[in-house]
Design a protein around this ligand. Structure first.
Ligand SMILES: NC(=O)c1ccc[n+]([C@@H]2O[C@H](COP(=O)([O-])OP(=O)(O)OC[C@H]3O[C@@H](n4cnc5c(N)ncnc54)[C@H](O)[C@@H]3O)[C@@H](O)[C@H]2O)c1
Length: 369
């Protein structure tokens, strides 16, 4: 299964063009056609959305995706697309380094933005993107896609119903036994990616845990990064790889809750792929994890009731959930706040910055109030 096949409310601060529910259509452009293919599929779930234009400097990809989805407006650069097409929303699906400049360009062109995770290379860049969104009166959503699964949504509904009480501890993890990206590419190059598995995989599990916990405010972080497996392999290949292959951190929040976070592209573990988020609450605990070392998920609730321990298991036929793109379109059309806001993306970036800073200094790092 390819990387793409594997992937499947906050402030709205929105002004600009008036949305309506009277059959208005949203014209969408997609920039970057790796995971961008999945965005096109996700946008097509909404009957009032049309993906009218795509952009990618890779001519082969541009032609293949254009043909696959019958999209005729094909551009070799994002700038050409933004300069010629009248778009309502843009998906930004490029290597991380380009998230900030392309988001700013999209706002300048009058578009709402769905930006891939991570939001940017750093919290400073994220702040710039948020400021630009506010100035333009446009929306910024981050594609934290793992919270949109049926299993994640079912757990969130239980959280909102008060089933768990207060969450006080959690552990959220994405490990790969051997899932290193090819050396010499952008994923393993700090200047283009901002970091390794922490910023690539860890962001998803971090967002999922934070979202279920209600995005508490982080106060300090203790983090470590390692690269023993990748360093040796990269040295043999003679190609660039200057990010971690494993990161671990302890994050403390202002309400006293504490979250352990782990992410790796290479680790000597039994599973090819291990995704797991456990949150312990005062009244119940939850577990969201992947099945069969793949990209299907499961959800459990553990609780004590009337002196007995109960396990609740979500029915395996939980069904298909709407895509992040569908929910963004619906929020725009209904003039409602959208999920996975830029503000939440910024909290994730602040935590990542602090983890990398702590790993460098060997000291805990406080996150400014
Ligand atoms: N949400 C998810 O589950 C998920 C999954 C995979 C990737 N991602 C994210 O999506 C982004 C892209 O990852 P990918 O795996 O598709 O990478 P990729 O390298 O496969 O594809 C990136 C594409 O962007 C194009 N591109 C590069 N610079 C560009 C520019 N300036 N303008 C237009 N196009 C440009 C490249 O030619 C390439 O086709 C990353 O930020 C990554 O973290 C998210």
């Amino acid at each position: 299964m390819s990387r793409y096949q594997q992937q499947s409310a906050a402030a709205a601060h929105v002004g600009g063009a008036k949305a309506s529910t009277d059959g208005r259509r949203l014209r969408v452009g997609v920039i970057g056609l790796g995971i961008g293919r999945m965005h096109i599929e996700g946008w097509r779930q909404h009957p009032q959305v049309e993906v009218v234009a795509i952009a990618d400097p890779d001519a082969e990809r541009l032609a293949a995706v254009g043909d696959a989805f019958a999209i005729t407006a094909r551009h070799a650069s994002a700038e050409a697309m933004l300069g010629t097409e009248a778009l309502d929303v843009v998906s930004i699906c490029t290597p991380n380094k380009f998230h900030r400049p392309l988001t700013l360009a999209a706002f300048a062109a009058g578009c709402h933005v769905l930006c891939e995770k991570p939001m940017a290379l750093s919290a400073a860049e994220g702040r710039e993107m948020l400021a630009a969104a506010r100035q333009a009166g446009k929306r910024l959503m981050i594609n934290f896609s793992y919270r949109f699964s049926a299993q994640s949504r079912a757990l969130k509904a239980q959280v909102d119903a008060g089933v768990f009480g207060e969450f006080y501890f959690g552990r959220t993890v994405w490990h790969r036994r051997r899932g290193l990206p090819g050396f010499g590419g952008w994923f393993g190059t700090k200047a283009l990616a901002g970091g390794g598995p922490l910023i690539d995989l860890g962001v998803h599990r971090l967002d999922l845990a934070l979202w279920l916990m209600g995005y508490p405010k982080p106060t300090w972080v203790l983090g470590s990064t390692f690269d023993p497996i990748a360093r040796e392999l990269a040295a043999k290949s003679g190609k660039c790889f200057d990010v971690e292959d494993l990161a671990a951190a302890l994050i403390r929040f202002d309400n006293g809750a504490t979250l352990a976070l782990e992410a790796s592209w290479a680790a000597n573990i039994g599973e090819a792929e291990l995704m797991e988020t456990r949150l312990l609450g005062t009244r119940a605990g939850l577990l969201q994890h992947n099945l069969d070392e793949g990209y299907r998920f499961d959800a459990h609730i553990f609780m004590e009731q009337n002196g007995a321990q109960f396990d609740l298991h979500l029915h395996p036929e939980a069904g298909e959930a709407p895509s992040a793109m569908h929910d963004f379109a619906e929020a725009i059309l209904q003039e409602r706040p959208h999920p996975a806001s830029g503000e939440e993306g910024l909290v994730v970036m602040e935590i990542l910055d602090a983890i990398y800073a702590s790993a460098r200094s060997g000291e805990p790092v406080r996150i400014a109030a």
